[in-house]
Write a protein that binds this ligand. Structure first.
Ligand SMILES: [Cu+2]
Length: 601
């Protein structure tokens, strides 16, 4: 991996220089080598009561959210996962690039088969240039609703943040709560062609907060001292929605996004997509009291109704003052349909792009892809597809009119062992036909997609540009938070309407674009990203809305090896969970619908 290699070499020079300096100062540099950490994750069910109902959820170590993984930049973590649940699960380390190590990336049927009940598997999670906050979550079925937790990546010993050292910190995991047995419901809904489950509320650190039934007694509370600056590590672990988040009376200064630092942005609210993580500074200089932090859905589907839930937690100043009045609510938390608030916030994200935190935006693009991200329909039977009535038979989502189907042997194994029959390498770089993507009325044929396990193969070190184009097909115009495994990418441009190949590239930010692992394609708009394909292996990319992923808005990059061992996919670990007995895995199915497509969006 030349990219990672160069980085290491560069830091070696720095290390040598710093060692000399520290030795002169009489200190011994203990941070020259990275640390190794070990975690045991036991998947087991626990009983909880929420919304006045007793529920059973699958957790890691009985914790919800799950345990925080704490490392320093460049460390390695071994996570031994033992499954005491009732169904197969995989775990993913979201935003951790794992150089050459797809084997521990986790997406089910892409890099591994499920860890079955009673079985265990050890993930080797290799950190490289990430610093700040990331997260881990299950990557099979919809299990990530309750199987997730934060990853805290501190600066290497002897280095510090690009901002004043905070006086304290707290992890804030934003989640969504589903009433009933989500795993069972997804399976049943696919069998019976019913609508997919919708969440029943938003969680902050596992609690719904004061505005939900039977929840007031368990609201998450965080004590702060007056006159301090705290680092909040915020994770959007919500399954199917984007969120606005704000703290009453206090501005939020965003200093990091997706495990990379950014130029500080001070806002009264933030918007995070599922998959995004943010490092946020909070200065506690307001009148001592208690203040709500609150989350609210950011919704972009035209016909959908905002769910109206408010997740909440409470910040309490320590000290002697009157606690009797109820906490203040952040009245400037944007409304659910406030597109301007969301796009304004995302547009403010910029990399530090300085000597200590340089950017390396690819300039000479060697692989260019133009990808429509779209709601689609599949014909239940090609000969029985009632397109003229404006409807196929089966609701799906797609990229370039290909709706992904998981194979029953993971892509990584099939690729590494050169076994044919599980995937093809013909994922299209362009839509099959060009059309007015964002027009409300459309030829129904345009929405018809094919199912396939089609991957895109990249040569090592290709400079890749992808333009994601949102569409209005099936009245399904919406934002899509696109996530790439194994990489962080630069967001060089975004805009409304159809991408214009002549005028839009002129607007690209090639100077200090944000480097992220997840970013929204604006509703009825486009997103341009760039990265160097310097991490060999098999890497999933997909919309991070679970319903869109389930419906097929995903595919895979196979990045070929470079010339050396260091630039090649590592050999597999001695044990991988076996791939047997999955002919009916739910993610290989799609389901038909009988009602109006709008019910499902
Ligand atoms: Cu999506």
């Amino acid at each position: 991996m030349e990219g990672f290699f160069q980085l290491q070499n560069a830091s070696h020079v720095l290390i040598v220089a710093s060692c000399v300096l520290l030795l002169v100062l009489g200190q011994f540099p203990s941070w020259v080598s990275a640390d190794v950490h070990y975690y045991d994750f036991l998947l087991k069910e626990i009983n909880v009561t929420k919304l006045c109902l007793n529920e059973t959820i699958l957790t890691v170590n009985g914790l919800f959210p799950g345990p925080v993984i704490r490392v320093r930049k460049g460390d390695t973590v071994y996570v031994n996962v033992t499954n005491q649940g009732n169904y197969g699960v995989t775990l993913h380390w979201h935003g951790v690039k794992q150089p050459g190590n797809s084997w521990s990336d986790g997406p089910v049927f892409v890099t591994q088969c499920p860890i079955q009940p009673g079985a265990n598997f050890t993930y080797e999670v290799i950190f490289s240039d990430e610093e700040g906050t990331l997260w881990w979550h299950a990557h099979s079925d919809w299990t990530r609703a309750t199987i997730h937790g934060a990853i805290v990546i501190l600066p290497k010993e002897g280095t510090t943040y690009p901002f004043s050292h905070p006086d304290g910190e707290d992890v804030i995991v934003l989640g969504s709560w589903y009433t009933g047995d989500l795993h069972k419901e997804i399976n049943e809904d696919m069998e019976t062609h019913a609508d997919i489950p919708h969440s029943s509320g938003y969680l902050i650190n596992g609690e719904l907060g004061d505005f939900s039934n039977c929840s007031r007694g368990t609201t998450y509370r965080w004590s702060v001292d007056y006159g301090k600056t705290y680092l909040l590590r915020i994770v959007n672990a919500v399954v199917d929605d984007e969120l606005f988040f704000a703290i009453a009376g206090h501005n939020l200064t965003v200093v990091g996004l997706d495990g990379s630092y950014i130029k500080p942005v001070e806002m009264s609210y933030i918007m995070l997509s599922p998959g995004n993580t943010a490092d946020v500074l909070l200065t506690t200089n307001k009148p001592p009291g208690h203040y709500y932090m609150a989350s609210r859905q950011f919704l972009t589907e035209k016909e959908a109704t905002p769910d109206g839930y408010t997740g909440s937690a409470i910040i309490e100043y320590t000290g002697d003052y009157n606690f009797s009045s109820s906490p203040i609510f952040p009245h400037y938390l944007p409304q659910s349909r406030d597109m301007t608030a969301a796009v304004t916030f995302m547009g403010l994200m910029k990399s530090l792009a300085n000597e200590d935190y340089p950017v390396s935006v690819p300039m000479n693009i060697t692989t260019k892809m133009f990808i429509t991200v779209s709601m689609s329909e599949l014909c239940g039977d090609r000969t029985d597809c009632n397109i003229t009535a404006g409807r196929g038979n089966i609701l799906a989502s797609s990229m370039n009119n290909i709706s992904w189907v998981n194979p029953i042997v993971d892509i990584l194994q099939a690729y590494y062992r050169n076994v044919s029959g599980y995937y093809t390498t013909d994922f299209p770089d362009w839509p099959l036909v060009m059309y007015n993507f964002t027009k409300d009325t459309f030829d129904p044929h345009l929405a018809i997609s094919d199912q396939g396990t089609k991957v895109k193969v990249l040569n090592y070190n290709e400079s890749v540009e992808i333009i994601f184009q949102g569409t209005a097909l099936l009245d399904g115009a919406a934002v899509h938070p696109m996530h790439l495994h194994g990489y962080a990418f630069y967001v060089v441009g975004m805009g409304q309407g159809n991408f214009n190949n002549e005028t839009d590239p002129v607007t690209y930010n090639l100077v200090d674009p944000p480097k992220v692992n997840t970013f929204i394609v604006p509703r009825n708009g486009w997103l341009a990203i760039r990265f160097i394909a310097n991490n060999p292996g098999v890497w999933l990319w997909h919309c991070h809305f679970e319903r869109h992923l389930t419906w097929g808005m995903d595919t895979v990059f196979i990045v070929k090896n470079g010339d050396t061992e260091e630039t090649s996919l590592r050999p597999p670990p001695p044990y991988m969970p076996p791939c047997t007995g999955y002919p009916n895995n739910i993610l290989t199915k799609k389901w038909s619908y009988a009602g109006d497509v709008l019910d499902y969006l």
